[in-house]
Design a protein around this ligand. Sequence first.
Ligand code: NCD
Length: 368
Amino acid sequence: MDNIYWGNFDTIGKYDRSLFEDFAAQSTEEIRQACCDEQGKLVHLIKADHFDLSFLETICETAKAARKIAKVDFEFLKGLLKHKSVLNYFHQPSSRTFLSFSSAEAYLGMRREEVRDMKTSSAIKGESDKDALRTISSYFDALVVRHPSDYFDLFALWVMKHSDREIPIINAGSGTKEHPTQGILDYYTIQESMKRELDGMSIAYVGDCLRGRTVHSLAKIMSRHQNTTAYFVAPDHLQIDAETEKYIQQRGTIIHKETASLQDIIPLVDVIYMTRIQNEHGGAAEYDPQFIFTKSMLEEMKPGAILMHPMPKREEIDPAIDYIHKDQRVMYWRQQRNGMWVRVALLAHFFGVDEKIRKKYQEITLTL
Ligand code: NCD
């Protein structure tokens, strides 16, 4: 429960905390149900293990439709959610996730505001995170939240369950554990670029598999497919965390751990998913040269394989790769842009306008 601020008063803090601990101790299934409405529709997006293939498929379809519609009928998208509002509440630095959410909200015509500098918040006056979240729910219709605590997604859900105005919580990254919207945009990128079924695919996750929350979310999502293989390519001290490993293994993913070098893995996989060392959580930032993706490795990739990175990148990818023009294997710039369309689709899902987007796309394709 590190990093959650319980306020200035010990007795109140202890009281709230013990109630939250009871909530967090529920089974995974109970938590999933708490994220769904009575019809079983996902109304809070906090954990990657809540997404089944049909949900993922629908979001991908909506994202694709929105992307195409934006080119021909921008005003249609803009009119969809102009009566809705959202707060982008970012307790941790963010470029892509923040900007792509903000752009997605603008595409849908939403009123959007942000809190990114906690020095401007009433926490300074001793207000707890619990009261801050409840306050936010009075003014907005959805909350996009990023926070350094591994538990903040659950915590925000818990607060909403006790609020008179429960608004959707969208986890934009919580601690080292989860980054579910990144997981979906990565999944969308894989789906759009692969000229093959995703069952039977193999992915190499390279770098910080222990604390890379994007790795955890994507690995869980991919384990929904049959016969997938995950290679975790990282030194021992940054190898995949026990919880993710257990989860994907139970779903039938074959796991390999490679602790010496990236080289031999390149020809074996369909996706190479590079990550940076998450040294904000401690330890050194230096990348072991054995795990750097070099330009020559592009030639050793399987035909049709792609190179991804959730970004920001540092030394883990050879800088020369950025100067190759429009290489179909290098996917991380497109992956960033995909994030915006996937977030359009997610917001449309929460506010029930996703079907309108898919229908509009059908109409457009019929008239072309
Ligand atoms: C990632 C994150 O914040 O976890 N970035 C992102 O949201 N695209 C990965 C990272 O910071 O390394």
